[in-house]
Structures are given as structure tokens and as C-alpha cells.
Design a protein. Structure first.
Length: 550
């Protein structure tokens, strides 16, 4: 069979790439196409284009749709699969309508959004995969190739002759080593943009030019209310939910990819929590350091950070560890997010990572509209207790996804947050309250902002009414500290000039910005000057890259 797998705004597409490998192993001809890419999100190309589509973060001009239709017409597929995130559900429906003008092939939806919202997806697709799709896609293609009915395949919802067949999910796949490696061979892969289907190419800013993404584990030990794992645990239960590949399998995939793509500079391990089995992590570290030896980064959770895991990460050569803190409020963590994490455990985990010389990246969520004043103060106090030198990623607004536990909680509380146009998710409109606290918390990563200064700023009534002043300070310090558009410290590129860059950047903002910003910066300087003088250091300052990054 000839099959097209289409990703919307996701050139990494680990799920579709695995399905592509499985289908090729079955003997099918598979074309993977990516309509737009990560760096093209929030564009304007489709706006005011009568043949285009525009519902942020998606914007696709008519010329790109035409390129897609020409590609599909040329391939003449027997099956079309579409993978997308909840923010692109409207785009998926629009693409499906257009595809039907050039192809009669069945269209199947898959991915997290389709698993959460099969009732919505089946209104547009012929088939919707709920849950894992590796075995379902094999059953489906075998039956299609043989001309047999497929309405009763587990994991699939099938619309046929006006009736929808809602089949149960089969048990989770437990032997991950039985799967082939994800398909990252680019000969039959296309990036659709600029009115063309670019064969074997990525967007110039795509991380795939230098970074290889990989999964070593499926499932997460936790069930946070805003995360897809909470939805999947409702679907499957907890039995066998966390599954791990063997170290042999992971190392073989890494070595094979790097040998074929020698320009690879980074490895991104996408596990929800890396190192859930510390003995596995130690075995991995031994092999990785010896046989791969590329810088990598991974995600962790405070409760899993213990000396043995930190030592394994250090031995393997980890560059960053991303740790989700999300909030310092125990009320938010327990009652809203369903992730109980005592503040002391967070601080101890951050300390162990810092003392090992590993750069810590921190994730926070702006919990508005659930957060209160007290919640934000608790988060501020927690952030001020972290060892200096951490990097705070841009604080995410709280996104609520249709049919996730957090959306159900919002509905029970009567928050009245309708889904955004063209999306199966929503974000509460920003308020002065949320903007102010996001900016204050952003400042906690900069050592030039003393704790006492931040506490005084957080109490200032005028700044609360004019959050743009605090936002400008945060933006100025971020621009001075990090390479533009990233959270990569300038210190890693030019250690000696970082302090001068920060000073000049803040001065430039002061000269060019509004009176409110100038007032805020003077307030910051006055508050800092009002502090008692610190005793002279007993040793020379640390001039390492990590110290400068602070």
C-alpha cells in the first residue's frame, strides 16, 4: 500500500515516525509530510488569504495547501494518517476537507488530542485511533490491503455508513524493544512551506539539523491534572503504564542515527521523567559516556533526584536537566495540579543538581485563573530559596485541554473558559494580576535582583497596576543574559563580556523605554541600595561559566 502520514507543525513527530518504521517493515511505501514547522507557529501567512487558514498558533497560506494537495495527488495514497496537537484540531479538520477533493483514501487521526477527543475527531476523520496505535495500524493496513472490513479493530473508532463503531482499547504494549526505531530517514519526507513540498529538508531553524530526539520510556509515574498522562491513565489504568526500553536498544538507536547524521550535536531525551529506574540510568550512563558522548538534556521530577541518579547523569555527560516545579503553593500542587511535591524536596533536588555542576532549567506554570495572592507569594519564596545559577524557562500560561481532569475541574468551578477558535484547548485571558506575578517570578533567576528587592517590588501597589514596567525589566535582563530567542546563557558563548552586556543592555532599555520603565528601574536601584552592605567575600568570586550564567 501507499501511505501518507501528515504532521501539522511538528517536524519531530516521534509517534508518526515510529508508525512509518512499522509500516515500512510491513512492506508499505510511506511518505511522511510536515505541513509547516515549529519555528513557523504564530505566523500571519494565512491571514486575509481567501484560500488560507488562520487560527493562532496556526496560519497556513493557500499556496501551502496547494503544495500539499499536489503531493497527495502525485502519491495517490491508499491511506492517509494525520497527527496533530490540540492547538491544531481546527487545522486538522480544514486539511481533511481539502484532502477529500483529491483523494478517496480513508483518513485516520491519531495522537494525544484524538485519544482525548475521539467524539470530536470522528466528525471529520473516517477512523480515529484512541490510545496506542502501533498494533492498530498494522491490523488496519492488513485488512485494507486484503479488502476486509475493519470496523471492529481494537483502539479504533470507525465511521461507516452513518454509524460510528467505538471499539475498546487493547492492553498496553509492554515490550518496547519489539518495535523498530523511529523513521528518521529523510528520502521520502517533505516539509511543506513557502508554496512548495521540500523533499528531504527542514525549516532552517529546525532543531533537527543538530538535535536527535529519542524516547527511552513510555508513561509517567505521575498523573498531573493538566497533562495527557492523567487522560491516558483514565483510559488504561495504572497496570504496566510505565515501560522502559533496554539500554542496548537505546544505545543502538543513538549510535545508528549519529553514524548516518554525523552533524548531530545534541541528544534530547523526551521521557516525561528520565531515570525512573536508577539502576537502568547507571547502566545507561556507563554506555552513553563511552559509546555516544554527545551533550544531552532530559526531564526530571524533584522526588526522583537522589545522589545515585545525579551521579549517573553527571557521568553520562548531561548538560541541562529540566525540572518542573510549576508552583510553590501546596494548595495549587495538591488540589489543582494533583502533584504533591513538598517545597523542601524541591530545594534539596535543586541543590544536588547545582552541586554536581549540572545546569538546572526550571519550569513554572502561571496558574491563573486558579491562583490567589497567597499562592504566588509561596511560589516566590520557593524560587528565592533555590541555589542561584538556575535558568527559568519562559513561564507557561496555564493551558486547559478538553476532556482533561483540569478542564473538568474548571467547569465544575464555573470558570467559564470556552475553547479557543480552531482548538481543543483554551488559555485564560491574561490579567494585570497574572502579568505582574509572571514578571516578578521571572526575575528570580537573575542574581542582580536581590531577594529583598523582589519582595518589596511584589508589594508595590503602583507596579501592580502597571505590570509592563516589571515586564520590561525582566525582558531587559533576559536579553542581556541569554542568546536572543533562547535560554542559552551568553556566558557560554562569551564569558568575559557578559557583565558588560548586561549593564549596557539595561542602560539602553532605560534610555529608550517609557517613563514607567525608567521609574521602575530607579525603584529597583533604590531598593537595592537601601540594603545593608554585605561583608566582603572571603575568597575570589567563582568565574566559571555557571557562576557567570547567574
Amino acid at each position: 500500500m501507499k501511505i501518507i502520514l501528515l504532521a501539522l507543525y511538528d517536524e519531530w513527530s516521534l509517534g508518526l515516525r515510529l508508525l512509518s518504521a512499522i509500516l515500512k517493515k510491513e512492506g508499505h511505501h510511506v511518505v511522511l509530510a510536515v505541513l509547516k514547522s515549529f519555528p513557523e507557529m504564530h505566523g500571519e501567512e494565512g491571514k486575509d488569504d481567501p484560500e488560507g487558514y488562520h487560527a493562532p498558533p496556526a496560519s497556513v497560506p493557500g499556496a501551502d495547501f496547494q503544495a500539499l494537495l499536489e503531493l497527495v495527488g502525485g502519491v495517490a495514497p491508499d491511506l492517509i494518517g494525520i497527527g496533530f496537537a490540540s492547538s491544531f484540531s481546527g487545522l486538522a479538520a480544514d486539511v481533511t476537507r481539502r484532502l477529500r477533493t483529491v483523494s478517496k483514501a480513508p483518513i485516520v487521526y491519531g495522537g494525544v488530542d484524538s485519544s482525548a477527543n475521539p467524539d470530536s475527531a470522528i466528525q471529520f476523520a473516517d477512523i480515529v485511533c484512541v490510545g496506542e496505535g502501533e498494533r492498530a495500524i498494522v491490523d488496519l493496513t492488513r485488512r485494507l490491503a486484503a479488502g476486509q472490513p475493519y470496523h471492529d479493530i481494537p483502539n479504533l473508532w470507525v465511521r461507516k455508513d452513518g454509524e460510528v463503531f467505538r471499539n475498546d482499547v487493547r492492553p498496553l504494549l509492554t515490550d518496547l524493544d519489539s518495535l523498530p526505531f523511529a523513521d528518521f530517514e529523510y528520502a521520502d519526507q517533505y516539509w511543506i512551506s513557502g508554496g512548495r513540498a521540500h523533499r528531504g529538508e527542514h525549516h532552517p531553524a529546525s532543531n533537527l539539523h543538530t538535535t536527535f530526539p529519542i524516547l527511552t520510556t513510555r508513561g509517567c509515574p505521575y498523573s498531573c491534572s493538566y497533562c495527557c498522562n492523567s487522560m491516558y491513565r483514565q483510559l488504561y489504568g495504572s497496570k504496566d503504564y510505565i515501560r522502559m526500553r533496554s539500554v542496548d536498544s537505546v544505545i543502538a538507536e543513538l549510535r545508528g542515527y549519529i553514524s548516518r547524521h554525523p552533524k548531530t550535536q545534541w541528544v534530547h531525551i523526551f521521557d516525561d521523567v528520565f531515570g525512573v529506574d536508577v539502576a537502568w540510568a547507571e547502566a545507561f550512563a556507563e554506555r552513553y559516556a563511552r559509546e555516544v558522548a554527545l551533550p544531552f538534556w532530559c526531564f526530571t521530577y524533584p522526588a526522583f533526584i537522589k545522589p545515585r541518579l545525579v551521579a549517573a547523569l553527571k557521568k553520562a555527560g548531561v548538560t541541562f536537566v529540566v525540572m518542573g516545579i510549576q508552583s510553590g503553593s501546596q494548595r495549587m500542587l495538591k488540589d489543582i495540579y494533583h502533584r504533591n511535591t513538598p517545597p523542601g524536596r524541591v530545594i534539596e533536588a535543586a541543590r544536588m543538581i547545582s552541586e554536581a555542576g549540572i545546569t538546572l532549567l526550571v519550569d513554572l506554570i502561571d496558574g491563573y485563573p486558579f491562583t490567589t495572592e497567597e499562592d504566588n507569594w509561596q511560589t516566590l519564596e520557593l524560587m528565592l530559596k533555590l541555589p542561584q545559577g538556575f535558568i527559568l524557562q519562559p513561564i507557561n500560561p496555564l493551558t486547559l485541554y478538553r476532556n482533561y481532569p483540569l478542564m473538568e475541574l474548571a467547569e465544575r468551578q464555573g470558570l467559564g473558559l470556552p475553547l479557543m477558535p480552531g482548538r481543543n484547548d483554551t488559555v485564560a485571558p491574561a490579567s494585570d494580576f497574572s502579568r505582574f506575578w509572571t514578571a516578578i517570578l521571572t526575575l528570580t533567576q537573575f542574581a542582580s535582583m536581590p531577594a529583598e528587592t523582589l519582595r518589596l517590588m511584589a508589594r508595590d501597589a503602583q507596579l501592580r497596576q502597571q505590570p509592563e514596567a516589571v515586564e520590561a525589566i525582566a525582558a531587559a535582563l533576559a536579553d542581556a543574559t541569554y542568546v536572543p530567542g533562547t535560554r542559552v546563557p551568553r556566558a557560554w558563548q562569551d564569558k568575559e563580556r557578559l557583565g558588560e552586556l548586561e549593564r549596557l543592555r539595561v542602560e539602553l532599555i532605560t534610555l529608550r523605554s517609557s517613563r514607567l520603565v525608567r521609574l521602575a528601574l530607579r525603584l529597583r536601584d533604590w531598593l537595592a541600595a537601601s540594603r545593608p552592605p554585605r561583608p566582603a567575600p572571603s575568597a575570589p568570586p567563582d568565574c566559571s561559566a555557571r557562576a557567570i550564567a547567574r
